[in-house]
Ligand binder design. Structure first.
Ligand code: P6P
Length: 355
């Protein structure tokens, strides 16, 4: 693993993006967007690290569109990301977990992209210094949505811009880039452009993301399942049967799985990506459509896991194929090693009725 200490130039995220655009000038706009996202992630990482020292823990005293009590850092992280994206000029619209509706970015110069993000997922863990993360996805706008406006014009929403705001609702299959930044014992930015997954660790000595996990691949099969078991009585029977069999060693591998659950999606998915297994948040009687949001949590994470050779499913269909109808739409999520997801799906198949 490259590092500055050994005296040879490590591959930083900036250098990685430069080399990409050298081979593919089309991706130059994406390079500018990723440069602003990485700047925002560095800022959020520093804020999370100092949360306890600068009284940034605790509640903002307001609730967001989800009806959830906003943490101070939820609001700050959302503003940091919007500010970072504000003047890239490459982005016309953003959708955030912390915003009721998609927003026009302040300046759009023939911008062809839309960004969706959860600025600080798992923020309820901040006060306990447990891992949290930023999740983001980038879609291309359609041709007629190559927006051009200055900040003093964006209040005059013409019909085209309004339509472009609605064009945020795209399926995960349409993502051109997705990633997450995990704020934990180290700060790791993992991202994909649809041609493999790469992980970069923040070297605080030089404040650069350094390539430490090139071409990440998730094992085809793992030995860990990750879910909130307190909800077990509320699950549908196929999920209950699947977990019971994993515990008893009655699954396809005839080995007993271990359980790991942080309760912060970015941390649980990152561990699953590295060690394999299955992370899931099923629908249940209190969350009939699931808890995880499709547009800016499930879809970007599914894109990353599938690009690393894994799979993602609602239990009965691919998550990436679902066309969102609302910004904050929720979905049941099972994602991880492809053989583990396939085994889970087999519990949802209608039982073959004996003739
Ligand atoms: P529960 C955090 O609020 C989050 O959206 C994900 O990060 C996490 O996986 C999930 O909710 C945890 O939910 O119901 O287990 O606390």
């Amino acid at each position: 693993r490259a590092s500055v200490a050994r005296g040879h130039a490590p591959t930083t995220l900036s250098r990685f993006m430069l080399e990409r655009t050298r081979d593919d000038p089309e991706s130059r706009d994406l390079e500018a967007l990723i440069a602003s996202v990485q700047m925002a992630c560095k800022t959020i990482s520093a804020l999370v690290l100092r949360a306890g020292l600068e009284e940034l823990t605790g509640l903002q005293g307001e609730t967001n569109v989800q009806g959830e009590e906003q943490k101070k850092l939820d609001v700050i992280a959302n503003q940091v990301l919007k500010d970072a994206l504000r003047y890239t000029g490459r982005l016309g619209v953003v959708a955030s977990e912390e915003e009721a509706l998609p927003l026009l970015v302040d300046e759009a110069l023939d911008s062809r992209y839309v960004a969706v993000f959860d600025p600080l997922d798992g923020s309820s863990n901040i006060d306990a210094s447990i891992a949290t993360g930023t999740i983001f996805g980038i879609f291309r706008q359609t041709e007629e949505c190559r927006l051009n406006y200055r900040s003093d014009e964006k209040d005059v929403l013409d019909a085209n811009a309004t339509k472009c705001l609605l064009n945020t609702l795209q399926p995960g299959d349409s993502l051109v880039a997705a990633g997450y930044c995990m704020y934990s014992s180290s700060t790791i930015l993992v991202l994909t452009f649809g041609d493999g997954v790469h992980g970069f660790t923040l070297d605080s000595a030089v404040n650069e993301f350094v390539l430490t996990h090139p071409r990440m691949r998730i094992p085809d099969r793992g030995k860990i399942y990750s879910c909130n078991e307190a909800n077990e009585p509320l699950w549908d029977a196929p999920v209950r049967d699947y977990v019971r069999d994993l515990k008893l060693g009655r699954g396809q591998t005839a080995t007993r799985y271990s359980s790991r659950y942080v309760g912060s999606m970015v941390a649980d998915v990152h561990r699953t990506l590295l060690h394999g297994g299955l992370w899931f948040y099923p629908a249940d009687t209190t969350h009939p459509s699931g808890k995880i949001r499709l547009l800016y949590e499930a879809a970007p994470m599914s894109f990353i896991v599938e690009q690393a050779g894994g799979r993602s499913s609602t239990g009965t269909r691919s998550i990436l194929s679902i066309h969102p109808t609302t910004v904050h739409q929720r979905v049941a999520v099972f994602l991880g090693s492809k053989d583990d997801v396939a085994e889970l799906e087999s519990y949802f198949l209608p039982t073959i009725v004996a003739p």
